[in-house]
Design a protein. Structure first.
Length: 221
């Protein structure tokens, strides 16, 4: 299992509220996980690079779809602690709140806390097929997340769990881009528009990828 950071920005205090009755706390014991890396809270996910010195990965390179085996290989590579992954939520506070709300209400994202090798889930949707990758919620939390922490007096490391399908789709995009190469780094930003989750400003192995990647699309139940 791997951990990586969701960079966020702005701080805001949220008052305590009564816990919702439909939230169930579950305890799951997992194998030991490595300590998370500390990342900068800057508003950018990578240092500016001279465009003339940065090769671009064109969409034409991604014309042939990766095989299922290649996608699984990339998925496994992303669990390697040698892979440097930093994906930022929107910098704008309102957009960030809206994006996180969409992910919880529509896309099946799960909020939890991590204490050593134990996860406590605040389980709204009762889903179980989550990705093997743990996203550490660094920086500002959404109002919903801060409410959960306050309501249940949770003090451990806040994390977010994505449905496995979303990260398999990410692995598909990466496999199409890498064309058999090994991934060493990924920089990108999340963007939610028209009930779709995208990655934008993507850099794979320090190379700029044109366009955006769709990771999830669909309405709320």
């Amino acid at each position: 299992m791997s951990q990586y950071d969701d960079n966020e920005h702005e701080n805001k205090q949220i008052k305590d509220k009564p816990a919702a009755s439909n939230i169930v706390i579950e305890q799951l014991t997992l194998p030991p996980v490595p300590q998370p890396k500390l990342t900068s809270q800057s508003t950018t996910v990578s240092k500016p690079v001279n465009p003339s010195l940065t090769p671009e990965i064109n969409q034409t390179k991604q014309s042939s779809s990766a095989t299922k085996q290649q996608v699984q290989q990339v998925y496994q590579q992303l669990s390697d602690q040698g892979v440097d992954i930093q994906i930022a939520w929107p910098q704008n506070t309102a957009q960030q709140q809206a994006a996180l709300d969409f992910m919880y209400q529509c896309a099946g994202m799960q909020f939890a806390v991590l204490n050593n090798n134990e996860i406590t889930k605040v389980n709204q949707l009762r889903l179980s097929d989550y990705s093997d990758w743990i996203r550490i919620a660094q920086g500002n939390l959404s109002k919903k997340e801060q409410h959960w922490l306050n309501a249940y007096a949770l003090t451990e490391t806040a994390i977010r769990l994505f449905p496995r399908d979303i990260d398999l789709r990410l692995a598909q995009h990466l496999a199409n881009t890498l064309q058999g190469e090994t991934i060493a780094s990924l920089r990108a930003k999340y963007q939610v528009t028209h009930q779709q989750l995208h990655l934008t400003q993507i850099r794979v192995n320090n190379q700029l990828v044109k366009g955006s990647w769709t990771l999830y699309q669909g309405g709320c139940d």
